[in-house]
Design a protein around this ligand. Structure first.
Ligand SMILES: Nc1ncnc2c1ncn2[C@@H]1O[C@H](COP(=O)(O)OP(=O)(O)OP(=O)(O)O)[C@@H](O)[C@H]1O
Length: 264
């Protein structure tokens, strides 16, 4: 696996979220959230249900306007959806009448037309090889397993060469073994591409195994309560889950979230 050319802590900031507040009517869902992601960094956000994780991700993606504050990506304010922001959701949502290759090329076809999509076929094939489903390029989604469909969704996200990957529980619908495997694949892809990534998850071990930093959110109003640096070496592997250090980090986060959930 490709090693990092530099540690994210030394890299330049790519994504800046500044004093972000979001209100729905009289309800404050997010209150003055500050957060910076550096080039190649993997950030994860974790917090109890309703603390504003999805709201934060939607604002970061330009899908929802903030009430105040701002989001800046590569020195340009995010004012709406942008081609340099890649997103992935719990469901792969592939179009059933298009092949795997056709689905991967869809963002190009929709944006720049069929000729541009044809011109990008080689690149799409490379991406399918990268995630290990090159042989399924002419297969329709109905014949793909859940893990294969999410691999195709990864390629569809990467085809536009986004500056940042926003991941909303991308593997939570998969069985545990496939999910573990896909998380390791995600790490490999992110390391190879020096991708800047931000993951929303409900799973503490998933956040710990993937992230350089974990943002713990608390509710009422939604805010970042603590940032935890995960200094496990890279590339990470699933055996690390059984180490004392991993257990201590998980325990600390669980305590923190438990206090929040039960008001202790
Ligand atoms: N469109 C909306 N109108 C009013 N309130 C909303 C709206 N969307 C979200 N909320 C509220 O804002 C708060 C944050 O919601 P959000 O979905 O961002 O939380 P979350 O942390 O992603 O939750 P979960 O983990 O359950 O997905 C919740 O209290 C929710 O009820």
């Amino acid at each position: 696996m490709t090693a990092r050319t530099r540690e994210p802590a030394e890299a330049r900031p790519v994504y800046r979220i500044e004093r972000l507040t979001k209100t729905y009517g009289g309800f404050t869902a997010l209150h003055k959230v500050n957060l910076t992601l550096r080039k190649g960094e993997f950030g994860a956000v974790i917090g109890s249900s309703g603390c504003g994780k999805s709201t934060l991700l939607k604002i970061m993606a330009g899908l929802l306007p903030p009430s105040s504050g701002r989001v800046v990506l590569e020195d340009k304010p995010v004012l709406g959806p942008r081609r340099d922001i890649g997103m992935m959701f719990q469901q792969a949502t592939l179009l059933p009448w298009k092949t795997t290759l056709g689905n991967v090329l869809l963002p190009i076809e929709m944006r720049d037309g069929k000729a541009a999509a044809r011109a990008a076929e080689g690149r799409a094939e490379e991406l399918l090889e990268l995630v290990g489903i090159g042989r399924a390029k002419h297969v329709f989604p109905g014949e793909l397993s859940g893990g294969m469909a999410q691999r195709a969704a990864i390629c569809r996200m990467l085809i536009s060469d986004p500056a940042v990957l926003l991941l909303d529980e991308p593997f939570s619908a998969l069985d545990e073994l496939t999910r573990d495997f896909m998380n390791m694949e995600l790490q490999r892809i992110c390391l190879e591409r020096e991708a800047t990534s931000f993951l929303v998850t409900h799973s503490i071990p998933e956040a710990v195994i993937l992230a350089d930093r974990i943002f713990i959110m608390e509710a009422n109003p939604g805010r970042v309560a603590e940032i935890i640096e995960i200094d496990l070496p890279r590339p990470r592997n699933l055996d690390m889950i059984n180490t004392a250090k991993f257990g201590e980090i998980v325990h600390h986060i669980r305590e923190k979230l438990g206090k929040e959930a039960f008001g202790a």
